[in-house]
Design a protein around this ligand. Structure first.
Ligand code: PHE
Length: 326
């Protein structure tokens, strides 16, 4: 049999072998190896090409290429047919399908860390209303009637006496109205401010408020707790400072800064101070018996510092490519 005849014979054999085309993966593989494998029939035909005269080689070569293509194609068609899908379903050694899982949002992670740190030193968690009256958000906190924070620029008013709370300090007032001291709470929650949206401010954000009321509470207790918090949150080596500040509801007041080695500057992380006696009076607590301190911090700000996020809006877009990094 010359090469030309051999090619014809392989072609006929393949047609017989592949009609009907096998449906299970094992037989498909055997068929493939028999014809297209490294030591298969087609490869064997190619190796015989050198024995053919120069004159005949182009036409026989062409014929052989055609045969190879024909056989290869019939496997491709089967690839797309259902028989192949069946065989995939039967292969129990394949790894299982994985389902996408979500991530804990970096804001929630930061909130959880803050909660855990304060719960370790005896604080409980409390929540309060996001829609509140002027008294709880401002009046009882010693904001004078003309204070600029009541201005339409900052506050979302629902009616002249009802606001979306601008800070979590409203919950201090609810807690002190409802419970007898001593009190030791932290209050996470959303707050709202009518600010222009940019990389550093958003119309809503989150705060954690802290309130500690007891007998004989001093400014040193307040410093001690906040120092404990900062070292736990940002690391033992973190440099921090208390800077005198002003809030209507604390006296004296301070802001806490931490030193950023990376940007070479102090960064403000929270506001705090001793509860103003005027605040105690508005909730009928006797300031001659009880003292306390309070603090409030923005979670977004702390989250952005901790995870080096440079645009607050990223925290509100729900983009998985961003969220899966945390
Ligand atoms: N409520 C203040 C703010 O939103 C933060 C604060 C809370 C300051 C408690 C002192 C004490 O900026």
């Amino acid at each position: 049999m010359n090469l030309k005849e051999s090619i014809e014979s392989v072609r006929n054999n393949f047609r017989t072998d592949s009609d009907p085309f096998p449906t299970d993966s094992k037989s498909i593989e055997l068929l493939y190896v028999k014809y297209l494998g490294r030591k298969g029939l087609v490869s064997d035909l190619f190796s015989q090409l050198i024995n053919v005269s120069n004159k005949e080689r182009p036409s026989i070569g062409k014929n052989l290429n055609q045969l190879k293509k024909e056989i290869t194609n019939s496997f491709k068609i089967v690839d797309r047919s259902s028989s192949n899908i069946d065989s995939i379903e039967e292969d129990y050694t394949l790894p299982g399908l994985s389902f996408p899982t979500g991530y804990i949002h970096p804001l929630q992670q930061t909130m959880n860390e803050i909660k855990t740190i304060f719960m370790n030193v005896g604080f409980s968690i409390a929540y309060g209303p996001e829609i509140d009256d002027d008294f709880h958000n401002f009046g009882a906190l010693n904001f004078p009637p003309e204070h600029p924070a009541r201005d339409m620029q900052d506050t979302f008013f629902i009616d002249p006496d009802t606001v979306l709370r601008t800070h979590t300090s409203n919950v201090q007032i609810h807690l002190m109205e409802n419970e007898e001291p001593p009190l030791r709470y932290i209050v996470p929650g959303r707050v709202y401010r009518n600010e222009a949206i940019s990389f550093k401010s958003y119309c809503l954000f989150h705060q954690v408020e802290g309130i500690y009321v007891d007998k004989n509470v001093s400014f040193a207790d307040h410093k001690g707790i906040l120092e404990f918090f900062v070292k736990r949150m940002f690391g033992e080596q973190t440099k921090m400072r208390f800077r005198p500040s002003f809030f209507p509801f604390t006296e004296p007041s301070a802001e806490v800064d931490i030193w950023s080695e990376k940007s070479g500057q102090w960064l403000e992380i929270l506001g705090s101070g001793m509860v103003d006696p005027e605040v105690f009076k508005s909730v009928n607590i006797d300031p001659d018996i009880w003292q306390g301190f309070a603090f409030g911090m923005g979670i977004e700000r702390i989250c952005m510092l901790k995870y080096e996020i440079d645009d607050i809006r990223l925290l509100y877009q729900g983009d998985m490519r961003f969220l899966e990094q945390f």
